[in-house]
Design a binder for this molecule. Structure first.
Ligand SMILES: Nc1nc2c(ncn2[C@@H]2O[C@H](COP(=O)(O)OP(=O)(O)O)[C@@H](O)[C@H]2O)c(=O)[nH]1
Ligand SMILES: [Mg+2]
Length: 297
């Protein structure tokens, strides 16, 4: 038999909040990466495995690239930048309702230093009219030699099949790296913790979510009851943050727990009993040791 299987790594990069994780979820048809309207929701590289006829495309979702302040941000940006090396293709995601700016320029310079081909993906086309989209394509194309330019709406899925078609030629011959039924390289515990953190990102305002980390302490499967018992701790940086996350008479933590549980049940395909704890670790995001302990190393 002729072995003509194709496989390749494709990094999804761009400024914070342009819709990288939304795109990954849309490609996979299932939610594994958390999203919110706040920048810097994604903190780690997340591999999403997409199978197609005769091949496997391995998408790497990354934290948004920005000028980092603080240790956690430094870690996040390093994750994104290192994801661009050794890939077969980079998807550079931008927003249709934005102009090319300093943030994009910084990323384009990084991409120029690498040698992977770059495809420009213009997201959120639902927010603009066609003439301004054309002007934007023009502006970006003058700046960089993109291999392809694909407009999409990651939220609704418009243009995503076209994007998948457009990237196929860049996927080289290669082995099937992961089994066909695998969706991500991240353990279930990680995704579960992320789903809790997403609810915090979405519900809690101001700067608090940037100082929140979530760790799953126990993950106990009870197949005979079709149940998973999960205990997770929400780490915050200040007593005042703990107060807000717990809420009046525990109202907020109950809401967060319920929203997270519903999503975790969908993800795991079982019933879930979720218990949340809140713990203050003063300035954990500035401590090398705490960053390591919470999985940011
Ligand atoms: N209008 C619109 N909003 C989108 C689209 N794709 C993503 N978003 C929103 O943009 C925000 C950031 O998305 P996210 O995937 O977390 O961005 P990331 O930081 O680049 O991973 C979220 O509020 C998404 O719902 C889109 O196609 N259209
Ligand atoms: Mg993201």
């Amino acid at each position: 038999m002729v072995n003509d299987f194709k496989s390749g790594f494709i990094a999804i990069v761009g400024r914070p909040n342009v819709g990288k994780s939304t795109l990954l979820n849309r490609i996979l048809g299932q939610k594994i990466a958390i999203t919110s309207n706040k920048p810097q929701t994604t903190r780690n590289r997340i591999l999403g495995i997409h199978n197609f006829e005769g091949g496997q495309a391995l998408f790497v979702d990354t934290p948004g690239i920005h000028k980092p302040q603080g240790k956690l941000n430094r870690y996040m940006v390093d994750q994104a930048i290192s994801a661009c090396s050794d890939v077969d293709l980079v998807l550079f995601l931008v927003e249709a309702n934005d102009q090319p700016g300093g943030g994009d320029e910084y990323i384009l310079r990084l991409l120029e230093k690498g040698n992977a081909p770059v495809c420009l993906v213009i997201n959120k086309i639902d927010m603009v009219e066609p003439p301004s989209l054309l002007a934007l394509i023009d502006a970006y194309s003058q700046r960089f030699q993109f291999k392809e330019v694909v407009p999409i709406c990651a939220e609704k899925g418009d243009g995503v099949p076209q994007l998948l078609k457009a990237i196929e030629p860049y996927i080289p011959a290669g082995p099937q790296y992961y089994p066909e039924d695998m969706l991500t390289d991240q353990p279930e515990r990680f995704i579960v913790a992320e789903m809790v953190r997403e609810k915090v990102m979405r519900r809690i305002s101001e700067e608090i979510p940037y100082g929140v980390a979530v760790r799953v302490e126990t993950f106990e499967e009870k197949p005979e009851k079709n149940l998973v018992v999960i205990q997770a701790t929400i780490h915050v940086e200040r007593d005042s943050h703990k107060k807000i996350i717990v809420g009046k008479q525990g109202q907020m933590i109950r809401t967060l727990g319920k929203e997270a549980r519903i999503e975790i049940e969908r993800f795991l395909g079982t019933r879930v009993f979720l218990e949340l704890f809140v713990r203050v670790d003063k300035d954990w995001s500035q401590s090398e040791r705490m960053l390591r302990e919470l999985g940011y190393e």
